[in-house]
Structures are given as C-alpha cells and as structure tokens.
Design a binder for this molecule. Structure first.
Ligand SMILES: [Zn+2]
Length: 349
C-alpha cells in the first residue's frame, strides 16, 4: 500500500484513561477521547463518563425569559425600532435601513468592526428555539447578503465577512428580540485568517477544496453524517468545540454572493431542524454562524457551525470552564456519532 499522503485530511482520535478508587471502594477507569479537528488541527476532549449526567436546568425546556413580553421596552420592536436604532451611511442605503420581507437591517449601535449590523427576523419579540418560521430566517439571511454585497461594492478591501447569531443571553445575546449579526472588515478575525490559509494551502497541495474533501470523507464514513437540505450537507462535527456541534457545508461556494435565495431558504430549513433537535434535548440557547473571505483567490467554502450553549435558566453553570478558557481544549460529554444518530430523525421529514 502506498504511504498515506500527509497533506490530506486526518481524522485522529486518541484516548487517555484515568484510574481511581470510587467512593464505593471499586476500582474505576474512565476513558477520555482526545480528537484532532482535521480542518484546524486543534484538539478537543470528549469526557464520555459524563454522558449520563443531567445538566441542571435541562430537566425540561426552560420557560420564557422574564422580559419575553416586554415589547414596549425593546428597541427592536415596532414602532420604536425606527426611532431607537441607528441608520446606515447614505453610501450604503439612501433609506438608512434595508428590508427583505419582514426583516429589517440597520447598523449595530455598539460595533465590533468597520461594518457591524443587525438583521431582525421580524416584529416577533421572543421566539423559542426551533419555532421561527423558515421564511423569517431566510429573509433575514438574504437581507444580510444584500448588505454585504453593498459593502463589497463600496469598499473592495473589506473582504472578511461573517453572519452570526447569539440566541438568548446564555449564548451572548444582549437583546432577546431575534436577530442575526453581520460583521465585515478589512482585517481578519482569527478563524477567518486560519481557515483561509488552511483552505488555500490545501487547494494548492491537493487541487481540491478543503471542506468538500471533509464532506466526502464524512459521507463515506457515514456515522456522523446527518442529511441534506438542498445543496447544504449536514453532519456532527468530528472534533466538537461546542456541545452537540453540527456543521452544514455548501460545497464549492466560497462567497455569500454565490448563495441563491433558494439556498438561503434551504439553509434556514436545516438550521430549524437542528434547533428542533436541540429543543428535544431541553436546550434553549445556541450560537450559529457562517464566515467568508470575499476574494477571488479564496478557496474557503461556506460552512455553518451550530452549537448548543448552556441553558438560559437560573443557576445553570457555564459550558466554558477553566479547562476551555485556560487550556484551550473544549470538553464535551457525548460522542459526535451519537449526536448524528439523535439528529437524523429531524432531517428525515
Ligand atoms: Zn422586541
């Protein structure tokens, strides 16, 4: 057999064990998997012995947050949204805001970059996980894409772009009202810089796209593959850096401007299926996001990442402990293969 090509993707998993005497007096051995992300080569840990542990706050789906009906105080609710939120620079929009269906897009009052904006889904102030409409999600994404197209035209060196969502304060959301966040800059964020280099180097060495090859491996392996919505292909992350982390890959599309309206709708359908899976686990918070580098030379394909965050409920512990913050290895409790098995039924209908 020819030696394995060291430049191709490697799905590496190693194990370490911890031995101790249980309080009962029995000798115990616990296995911890250490997996290496084939894309970034970062390691993560899966502490399988905690799989049966019930996280506090996940016994049932937590009820609505205390401000779920306080629409009068919300700056994103109508009619006050038009007076309490900022407007876009006239170079980007003569109207100051962009609309698509019920979605409204305007700048972030507290920006994180040169172009930092918020895209509302609609005028519904609180939406439980998995309960948004496909249309509202798709329209909000299309609104983001239109905004990013204007930036590309106005500021060609602003190539580092991202669309993200923080659902509920436990996921970093500061306002309850559902919205996507958009960021575009001429300087990359860490993940944009690292992923672009990896995708372009991979293409140069192998003549193929990095995420397409990852996807091909996962379809062939089968145990983490979940399903498809249109062209989007969904799978549990091999080396998760978040709980129940799921990826959706859009093969060989490297720019938001290559994504058609039906593609955005298919993405929204997939996201909602993942959310309904999370809801079945009695989880109410999540992060999701897509990033792109909008240059003709970029070989970085579009991939959405979705992960559960600690529930937004009283006295729930954070999912980021000293281990993640200080050592840099995310520790989760369930095998990605099990995540895929649990998520698949939500994609079969
Ligand atoms: Zn609101």
């Amino acid at each position: 057999m020819p030696p394995a090509d060291p430049s191709r993707l490697k799905f590496e998993s190693q194990s370490v064990s911890a031995a101790f005497i249980e309080p009962s007096g029995n000798i115990a051995e616990r296995i911890i998997q250490i997996r290496t992300n084939p894309i970034t080569r970062r390691t993560c840990r899966i502490s399988l012995s905690r799989i049966d542990e019930k996280e506090p706050g996940t016994e049932s789906l937590p009820g609505p947050p205390p401000d779920a009906d306080k629409t009068a105080q919300c700056p994103f609710c109508r009619p006050q949204v038009s007076s309490r939120t900022p407007r876009l620079h006239p170079d980007l929009s003569s109207d100051g805001r962009l609309t698509r269906g019920e979605s409204l897009l305007f700048p972030n009052l507290f920006p994180y970059g040169s172009y930092s904006a918020v895209s509302l889904f609609d005028n519904i102030h609180f939406v439980e996980i998995g309960k948004a409409s496909t249309k509202s999600y798709a329209d909000s994404f299309i609104n983001c894409s239109g905004y990013l197209a204007r930036i590309k035209k106005r500021s060609p060196d602003t190539v580092y772009m991202a669309i993200t969502q923080n659902h509920l304060p436990s996921a970093g959301g500061s306002l309850l009202h559902p919205h996507l966040q958009i960021n575009a800059d001429r300087l990359p964020a860490n993940h944009q810089r690292i992923l672009l280099k990896r995708a372009n180097d991979f293409y140069q060495q192998n003549g193929s796209y990095l995420f397409s090859e990852y996807l091909e491996h996962e379809i062939s392996a089968g145990d983490r593959y979940i399903g498809a919505t249109g062209l989007w292909q969904w799978m549990a992350a091999f080396a998760p850096e978040g709980f129940f982390e799921i990826w959706g890959i859009l093969p060989q599309k490297t720019s938001f401007q290559q994504v058609t309206a039906p593609d955005w709708k298919d993405l929204a359908r997939g996201i909602l299926k993942v959310q309904r899976f999370y809801r079945s686990l009695c989880r109410n918070g999540y992060n999701l996001g897509l990033l792109s580098v909008e240059t003709p030379a970029s070989r970085l394909e579009l991939r959405i990442v979705i992960m559960v965050r600690s529930n937004y409920a009283a006295w729930v512990r954070s999912d980021h402990t000293g281990f993640e913050v200080i050592l840099g290895d995310m520790t989760t409790f369930s095998a990605p293969e099990q995540t895929a098995e649990q998520a698949r039924p939500f994609f079969s209908s």
